[in-house]
Each structure stands twice: as C-alpha cells, then as structure tokens.
Design a binder for this molecule. Structure first.
Ligand code: SF4
Length: 756
C-alpha cells in the first residue's frame, strides 16, 4: 500500500496571484513513512504575517531554489500516485496554477482530501484543522505550518481514516467513496494493512463469541473499538475512547485484555453494581468462551466485607439460621467473594442493622493479633487481588489506592476506567475531607457497644453525648437550609461552636488511654483502634471547620449536617503521582467530550497528551421509545408530586412491569414515596448502598417500582424484563446554586475560560 502525503506553504490563499514558498511530501509504504522530501522555494515577496506564521525568514528564502527548478521534479514524483493532502483542492489549485505559469503540464494525480474524509467520519469534532487533529491523534506537536511535519501528520491522519473506514455505517462509506478516485478507493477498501493481522484475529474472536455466547452479536463498531484497545495495550499512552450506546464497549475492552494481557491490569468501574456485573456476567462468559487462563480478582473497599472476629464476638445477635448461613459462607475459603456482607446477609432490612456490628473496619481491625487473620475476608480479597493479573475495582477504591500510594492494589501497568466521565468526581470525592455530628455519634455508639464495659469511661462519654446534642441544635440554627460555602471567618465561628465538643472528645480519648493498661489482647487492640479513630475525628474536625486550606469549604443540612473541604484542582497532582505510574490508560464511556472536545476531562484529570476516539451510537440499538408528557404539571408546580405518584400507580396497574423513577432531589423522592404503597416498591433512600438497592430490585418480581437517586443515573444495567419503564422526574442539570459548581465557574472565569 503506497501513497504520498503532500503539504504546501504559500504566501497567501489565492492560487492565481500568491506563490508556493515551501513544498514537502512524505511517501508512506505499508503504513510507515519511508521517504521524505522538503524544499523552500524562492518567492518575490514574503508577507509579514506568513513569516510570523511559518517562522521562515526572507533571508532563508533568498538562498532557496526558484520554483522552476523544483516543480518539475515534484510533479514527476507524484505523477500517477495517490496523493493525500489536508484540504486537497487548495494544494491542487496551487500546483495547477504554478505549473501553468511555468508552462508545465500537470500530470494525472489521484487526489484524496483528508479534511473532507475527517468531516465525514468524525462529524462531532469541533475542529478538523490539522493542529487540532494532530493533538487528537497523539502526534508530537512539532512546528505547525511547516510543510514537512504537516505532510507527515496528514499521512498519519489518512492512516487513521483508513483504519476507521471499515467500521463506518454504510451511507458514510458510500459518501466517502464517491469523493475519492479509483486507486484511493482500493486503499480504503483494503483498510490499513499494518493493522490487518490484528484486526483479523479480533474479527475471528468476535465471530467465535457470536457463536458461543447466546445473544451476543458481532458489531462493526465494537470491532473498531477493540482494535483501538488492542493498540492502546500494545503501544501505551492515554486513550479516551468514547463509545456511544450499543457499541459494546465492555466486550470491546475485555477481549483484547484477555487475549493478550500486556502487564498487570486494573479495570475500574464507577459503581459497585457495574463492578459486580463485570465480575459475575461478562468476565466469566468471556473467560470460558476464550479459554483465557488469566488470574482475575474482584476487590471492593475493606468495609464491604465481614469481619469474622466481630462475628465471633457479636454472634449472639444473629438468629440460628442466619448464623448458620454466615458460617457456611465463611467456610468456602476458596471463593474470593466470600465475606461480602450484603451477599451473605441478603436484603432483609432487619439484618442491615446488625451488619454494622460485623462489618470489617480498618480502625477496629486487630491485624496480626487477630486469631482469624488467615481466614479474614477483606485481607484474603486483597491478597488475591495483589496476585491477580486483572483486578476489577470501583473508582472509589482506585482513588483510595492512589491515596494509599499503591498499598491496596500493588503496581499495575494498565488501567481501564469504565464510565470514565465520572473519574473527576471520584477523585474529587476521594480527596474531599468531611465531618458530621453523625460521624461522632457513630463512633460513640461503637465505643459503647464494642468495648468491654469496664473499659468504657461512662462519665466522659455522657459529657460528649450531651455536648454533641447541643452542638447539633446550634448548627441547625447557624447553617443555611441549602448547601453553601463558608469563609475562613465563618469557619472559625463553627470551630468555636464545636470547641467544647472537641475538648470533651480529647478528654474521652485521655480516659480511654488511661484504661488501656488494664486491658489485654483483643480488648486492648480494640480500644487502641477506637483511640486512633477519636484522634483522627478530632483532627478532621479542626481542619474542615477551620477552613484554612486551598479547598472549597462548604456545608449542608440535608440529609444530615455535614461540613466538607473539597479540592477544586487536582490535575497537577494526578499528572505527577498517578498517570506516570501507568503505562497504558484507557478511559472509556458513552460521553467523554463536550462539543467534540475533551479539554475539560484532560485538564481535570491532568492527562497531558491523550488520544481521543469516538465510536458513534449504533442506531439499531435504540430500541426504547421516549414520551415527553407536555400535559403534565412542571416539576416546580404544586401538583407535580401527586401527579407523578398517580402516574406511577397507573403505569404499574396497567402494564405490570418493572419501573424505575430517577430523581435529582431527595425531598421529591421522599414526597413521592409517601404517596405510594410500600409493597412492591424500593426506595434508594432506605439503603445505605445503591448496589444493594439495585440487587434487591432485581430480585423482585414484576410489577415493582424502584425510586432512585443520582448514583443510579448511569452505569447500572437492567437487561430485558429487569426494567422496562423508566421515568425521569427531572433532568439532572447541575444546580447553579451548588457551592462546588459556583466555585468551579468562578475558577474557570478567572482562567479566562467559559464555564458553559
Ligand atoms: S484481621 Fe481484622 S478484619 Fe480480619 S477478621 Fe481480624 S479483626 Fe476482622
């Protein structure tokens, strides 16, 4: 496969009067640049703006050969060849006029315009100018507006277009073919030869899967996507792969990863629900179909697991049958999921109260002193994750590992972040420090319930409880109803209001320390854990309330009083300490760009050079129907909540299917919930973990209703009859009054950027 990539620099835009001042071509053979030619051309006059744009000085041009010496050789070399140029009509017109002026005949050249093809393939891109495309392609930023680097970039762009071509919808392919000469059509039809072998393997694998996995269909877009994942794994770098609905991105990244693992890999999902879906459905099906002998592991945060030592202590809390079930689960030591609390205890709301007592917590873990160390579920899960070649985690755990400097997951070379549009939020949340009276109450309850009675300093504890109640009332009066930022001065007011509580917490800690010498073994370990937790609580309170740092400090009252310190910028930190450790990072989601650009994501995450690819939504996959209820009252109108509840009841009675309603506000969700019968209905508000609410809803028979909040807006898959009717109570636009949104808008304005 041979073609020439050509670029001309000119003194202006009019081929009838302006002159060519630089010519370059690069000959590509079998997907690689093999031969390069570049020359300056002496011109009569060099406009100042062109000198500034190209950096070519009049002195250099004076020493250059005239066009009459250069052009015959160039035309001779290009004669009969496929010549690609970015905005080819421009270059062709200049060559035509220049040849005519010199009395030369223009030979037959098979022109291909990479600009026109780029517009057809990637209509969503905001800019198709060569510098912008060079950035998207991940090509080195060399001198722009110089003929040789531009010719080479054009050649690479054409290779990308060849690679994308086989996976385009038929009408787009026909449109492109109509615009290119016959020899170039053959190139397009053949695809990019250098990638041919790998694509063939992928094609074979995907067609094998379509025979082996029931319901799996071979999709061209998925093949194109998988080819990019394969390239990312092989070549390394940061890739932003934006795959519209129906592309099949999960198999698209799992297949290349399982076929040829290029170093230890971490797959991170936004939610635990998606993590479970990968682990239980997609990975096992593919591993079996491909007979992939790769060690894989699932890992969640420490407190998702059961602590057998706590169970031993609190065993009396559980009924005989439940206790038996727990023991049976724990005896399956080979199963890496053993110990995941909600899987053991199910979704009975009554058992959820007990769960907190037997949940593994880092601060109350005995570590090496623990008699259950070898059978400890969170430690076992972590060990098997560290030994696995592919680990499935969620974004929160990924961020926790970053904060623990890799102490949780160990080193890895490849990261695939699914639902990657939510990574900035995950890092923002992970780096946020927060404190609430509820945290203090939870720790006090834990001290009362878990320490031996003689080790509990009753008087100090009563003092903390009393002061906590007083502070809660005071804060209720002080804080605005809606989330709001607070200044350093206001922070000092909060800190002074909380000072008495802090002193009492310190006194409680002192009393616990005094009693430590009377304790032994596990009891001593437990009390030490509570002392450390108290110390941490006090330091978080002092930091978050004082509002001294660079973060945005803000508070909220609903669902509970809570103070936050949220960093606005962390891209530089990630660039320095996170991405550098990863050889190949694939960030994928249905939506990564805004207006075809990924600057926002790149800046937020500190990604540096990233290659962006878009795989458009597959038309035939859009099987649902959308109804806009214009007759309905608006969400801000009085009758909206009642009308919504009534509509839900009618839909349920009439269709007897499973229905999910997505809310943007807890208040509205609560109001609707109050108007519905409890039977056959799940509210996410009643579950501490959205994944549990999802599982409970899955387990219900139709008709059933799930009332969900923001964590169910994306990343949850309810195939087929698991969910058939979706109601959107209000579109999830960010609330402009949100203190974080406001602070981000101000920051962008200060940087001269438009927040919209
Ligand atoms: S090692 Fe820690 S988490 Fe594990 S069983 Fe023991 S105390 Fe519980």
């Amino acid at each position: 496969m041979e073609f020439f990539a050509l670029d001309l620099e000119t003194t202006g835009l009019d081929p009838r009067k302006d002159e060519i001042l630089e010519i370059a071509w690069v000959r590509f053979l079998e997907g690689k640049p093999r031969e390069r030619f570049q020359t300056l051309v002496r011109v009569a006059f060099l406009p100042k703006e062109v000198e500034g744009l190209t950096g070519i000085s009049p002195e250099r041009l004076r020493r250059a050969p005239p066009l009459s010496e250069v052009l015959p050789g160039v035309l001779g070399r290009l004669a009969g060849k496929v010549v690609v140029a970015h905005n080819a009509p421009f270059d062709r017109a200049f060559l035509q006029h220049a040849a005519a002026r010199l009395g030369l005949e223009l030979p037959e050249i098979h022109w291909v315009d990479t600009l026109a093809i780029s517009r057809a393939i990637w209509p969503e891109r905001e800019s198709h100018a060569l510098p912008a495309l060079r950035e998207v392609l991940g090509l080195e930023a060399r001198e722009a507006h110089r003929a040789l680097p531009d010719a080479e970039a054009t050649g690479y762009l054409f290779l990308e277009e060849l690679a994308a071509f086989p996976y385009l919808p038929e009408p787009t392919r026909a449109f492109i073919l109509r615009g290119v000469p016959l020899p170039a059509r053959e190139l397009l039809a053949a695809g990019r030869k250098e990638g041919g072998r790998e694509k063939t393997v992928l094609e074979e694998v995907f067609s094998l899967l379509s025979r082996k996995i029931p319901g799996f269909q071979l999709r061209k877009a998925q093949l194109g996507y998988a080819a990019w994942v394969e390239r990312a794994l092989r070549e390394g770098g940061v890739y932003l792969l934006e795959a519209g609905p129906g592309t099949g991105k999960t198999y698209g990244y799992l297949v290349p990863l399982l076929l040829a693992p290029e170093g230890r890999a971490v797959i991170s999902t936004r939610t635990k629900a998606l993590q479970d879906q990968l682990w239980h459905r997609d990975l096992p099906a593919l591993r079996e179909a491909l007979r992939a002998d790769v060690r894989v592991a699932l890992l969640k945060g420490f407190d998702n697991y059961l602590c057998p030592w706590a169970l031993e202590r609190e065993g009396g809390l559980f009924s005989g049958s439940l206790r038996k079930r727990i023991q049976e689960c724990l005896s399956e030591v080979e199963n890496p999921e053993v110990g995941e609390l909600y899987k053991i205890l199910g979704f009975d709301p009554e058992t959820r109260v007990l769960v907190e007592r037997i949940r593994a917590r880092p601060h109350r873990c005995l570590g090496r002193e623990c008699p259950f160390l070898s059978r400890c579920p969170p430690r076992r899960a972590r060990r098997s994750a560290q030994e696995a070649e592919i680990v499935v985690v969620n974004h929160s755990l990924l961020v926790a590992d970053f904060l623990a400097e890799g102490g949780i997951l160990g080193e890895y070379e490849v990261l695939i972040a699914d639902e990657a549009h939510s990574l900035p939020k995950a890092f923002e949340e992970g780096l946020t420090r927060s404190i609430s009276p509820a945290d203090v109450a939870a720790l006090l309850e834990e001290i009362e319930a878990m320490l031996p009675p003689q080790a509990v300093p009753r008087r100090e504890l009563r003092g903390v409880w009393a002061e906590l109640r007083r502070l809660r009332e005071r804060l209720h009066a002080l804080l605005p109803d809606e989330p709001a930022p607070y200044s350093r001065r206001e922070g000092l007011r909060f800190l002074s209001a909380a000072q008495e509580l802090i002193w009492r917490l310190v006194a409680l800690k002192g009393a616990l320390e005094e009693g430590l010498s009377a304790l032994e073994g596990e009891e001593k370990g437990m009390a030490s854990g509570e002392i450390a937790a108290l110390e941490n609580l006090v330091s978080e309170m002092e930091y978050v309330l004082a509002a001294e740092g660079e973060e945005v400090f803000w508070s909220e009252k609903d669902p509970d009083i809570r103070f936050y310190a949220t960093p606005l910028e962390f891209g530089d930190r990630l660039a320095a300490d996170f991405w550098g450790r990863i050889r190949a990072a694939i960030l994928t989601s249905a939506t990564l760009s805004v207006g075809g650009r990924v600057d926002f994501l790149v800046r937020e995450l500190g990604l540096g050079n990233a290659i962006h690819r878009v795989f458009p939504a597959q038309e035939k996959e859009r099987r649902g129907r959308v109804f806009l209820l214009e007759f309905f009252p608006g969400p801000n109108e009085g009758g909206y909540v009642s009308a919504l509840a009534q509509l839900l009841l009618e839909l349920r009675e009439r269709f007897r299917r499973k229905i999910m309603v997505l809310f943007t506000s807890r208040k509205m969700l609560r109001a609707v919930r109050e108007r519905l019968p409890q039977e056959g209905m799940i509210s996410q508000l009643d579950w501490s973990d959205a994944a549990q609410a999802v599982e409970a809803f899955r387990a219900m028979d139709a008709p059933a209703i799930l009332l969900g909040l923001d964590s169910l807006w994306e990343g949850v898959d309810f195939p087929g009859e698991e969910l058939e009717i979706l109601l959107v109570a209000r579109l999830p636009f960010p609330n402009p009054a949100d203190p974080l949104i406001k602070a981000k808008e101000e920051r962008l304005r200060a940087q001269g950027l438009d927040p919209f």
